[in-house]
Design a protein around this ligand. Structure first.
Ligand SMILES: Cc1ncc(COP(=O)(O)O)c(C=O)c1O
Length: 360
């Protein structure tokens, strides 16, 4: 289906207010946003308008019951000035998986893709070119039935905002293995990018920060023994030359970066095991000097080295970041592919195109 997106341009750009040499993550938003509504069983009113506040009824159902999902992607610019997107088909696939789990309507790829391309094309000047910087893309969807009372909903808003962003982490990450709180259980929403998963992680995160850590390393909820993932990243360990990452068992997010890293690492000839990662075994490997690396992977964070892992009162201190040849190469290749500086032999990157719009 061909989705026409009506575009209303911002009268004045706010781009001059942004210091592109000192970008933080999630602080500024570009000139435009995308909106569409789902009503009477179909998506309608697809449009791009100046970024601004939304007007919503306080009885909107998502405000009460948390029926909301989101995605995260990044746009980069290559050296010829083309705007590039990375594996958006995968984010779209995950979007529909999340939507289904949360009882929300799917979005056809044509609409999702057209919205992203039009929006990024319009705000192309907002894509930073400084090292490690990008235009972060945040699609999200929420239920808008004006109804207090729990029942399946019928009305939804799909919105995309974009934000010029610097690196998510400026230094190696210290993670604390959860021993009391659980992020997800089998049958729950762990594999969906559901907003409520993140709401429920705020208190554990706050407590981990108070203890001197940056993030929670989520563990299985039965024994608090097997690693699952980190707040906004999947997690990898390298033990005695073998790369290990928790298997997709329904409680963790199927990260696009995770999959890309597995493919890249295997292309280096390394063994990557998608398995259960037992922290007791990891601790043993650490004590024997065999724990060589640990890192998180995610769209926002890229490949983020972990410096410390707190587990049952012991702190594992990982080797110096400069010595971690594999994850250094991985990060360089992944970021190089995204920015057009490394050959994209996997066909992961697409150039932004704007063929569909009707200008208003
Ligand atoms: C809980 C969680 N795990 C993993 C990831 C990494 O996923 P991706 O690589 O698709 O960004 C994210 C970020 O989206 C996340 O929020």
């Amino acid at each position: 289906m061909d989705y026409t997106i009506e575009i209303t341009r911002a009268k004045n750009s706010r781009i001059g207010e942004v210091d592109f040499d000192n970008l933080q993550f999630g602080k500024f938003y570009s000139d435009h946003m995308f909106l569409a509504e789902y009503a009477n069983g179909q998506w309608q009113n697809a449009r791009i308008i100046p970024f601004g506040d939304l007007q919503l009824s306080p009885a909107s159902s998502f405000m009460h019951y948390g029926q909301a999902i989101f995605e995260g992607m990044k746009a980069f610019k290559d050296e010829n000035g083309n705007a590039l997107l990375f594996r958006t088909d995968q984010n779209h696939k995950r979007w529909n998986i999340s939507a289904k789990r949360m009882g929300m309507p799917e979005i056809p790829f044509d609409l999702f893709n057209a919205a992203l391309n039009e929006l990024v094309s319009l705000d192309k000047n907002w894509i930073p070119t400084q090292d490690g910087c990008s235009l972060y893309l945040r699609p999200f969807m929420f239920a808008t039935d004006v109804h207090v009372g729990i029942r399946p909903t019928e009305n939804f808003t799909f919105c995309i905002i974009t934000s010029p962003a610097g690196r998510y982490y400026s230094k190696p990450v210290r993670v604390l293995a959860a021993d009391k709180y659980v992020r997800a259980f089998p049958g729950g929403t762990g594999y969906a990018k559901a907003s409520g998963n993140y709401g429920a992680s705020m208190l554990p995160l706050k407590e981990a920060i108070e203890k001197g850590y940056d993030q929670v390393l989520w563990m299985d909820g039965f024994e608090f023994r097997y690693a699952e993932e980190i707040g906004s990243m999947n997690v990898f360990f390298i033990v005695d030359g073998v790369v290990k990452t928790p298997a997709l068992v329904g409680t963790i997010l199927d990260g696009v970066t995770r999959d890309s890293c597995i493919q890249l690492l295997r292309s280096y000839g390394l063994t990557v095991e998608e398995t259960r990662v037992d922290l007791n075994e990891l601790l043993k490997a650490y004590r024997e000097g065999k724990l060589q690396d640990a890192f998180g992977t995610g769209t926002a964070a890229s490949v983020a080295p972990i410096s410390h892992i707190g587990y049952k009162g012991t702190v594992m201190e990982l080797p110096a970041v400069e010595s971690r040849e594999i994850s250094i190469r991985l990060k360089k290749d992944l970021e190089g592919i995204k920015t057009g500086n490394v050959v994209d032999k996997f066909n992961w990157v697409t150039k932004v195109q704007s063929p569909l719009s009707a200008l208003v």
